[in-house]
Ligand binder design. Sequence first.
Ligand SMILES: [Mg+2]
Length: 390
Amino acid sequence: MKDRPRITSIEVVQYEKNVIDVGVESTIGILIYQPGGVQKFRGRGLRIHTDLGVTGEYFGGFEADYAVIGGLAHTLIGRNALERDAIYDDLKQATRQQSRMGMGVVDIALWDLAGKYYDAPIYELLGGSAGKKLPCYASTYVGDYEEGGLNSPEAYADFAEACLEAGYPGFKIHGWQDAPLKDQIELVRAVGRRVGDRMDLMLDPFCAIKTFGDALKLGRACDEFDYFWYEDPFRDGGVSAFAHRKLRQLIKTPLLQLEHLRGLEPHVDFIVADGTDFVRIDTDYDGGITGVMKIAHAAEGFGLDVELHGPGPDRRHVMAAIRNTNYYEMGLLHPQLGPFHMAPFKCGYRDAIDAVDADGCVVAPDGPGLGVEYDWDTIMDHCTDRAEYK
Ligand SMILES: [Mg+2]
């Protein structure tokens, strides 16, 4: 029997780089296309070190995830790093008053560590299939008002057609934060008219619609073109099971909810309350790979599909090991901008509009753990904050 690795320290790193042609949308601070704009992008990651020298790494999550990690160190130091389920359970208890921040990024790094310890990719540890093709939908930036941008319903329709030609079987609209409802409805119709009979279409207003009534009218526009799903329509913030059950009774387009409720138990409660058709899961938000696999299996028991939020190597591994799922979210994409990665990769891993094969699919990386190599030279050259907890 091999020795088990014990956690000796946790290292947290922040680095900064400038991103160009990007601005910040004024009401909610979301990144938006702005020619000539320069924004500071901060990437954050962690490394979990052990007494056997095997290390787990992950870049992702939010600033708030890293703010709590120092406080979690005493739960982690000295533990067998392979006991992910017991650690998940203790971190869930330890972070119960902090919305379970931090536990997702720790868990993903522990899965990377386990993969390196066993010399196997994460999808294989999860029982997934090598080389499994993961169909992608092109997921847009939010709308803008710039020339050459996503500045009109027709501009979105042009971009959807370009994504179709690039091989994508699906296209998801993130519309405008503050456009009049008639423009949001025309956007749904313009994309539906152009490509609706050739791609699966999704609409994600990212909770921007102000009233239930307007969300209902927008949902009825989705019905006209058989949208595949309608996600987080309005300003309840995507958390009211009651409101979404009512909405489901009034439109025929399936809803996709649960990006904004964290973890297994709230997901199951929302499903039981009839609040959604598709079940959103996110490795960062929902307790890591351990957490999303629990939700995927719970949803399987209800006969429902889970859909992973956002791209990344960890998402690919998870998707390769889940039967009841449809799409990988490639994004955010835009006619003029690509996605921003949380960290630079040395190994050629990328999520981008042209990172898909002719069928619009990607596969999980095949190396041990996450199967990617982070570019630590670049990260440390641009490091703005670093802490090590022992
Ligand atoms: Mg969303």
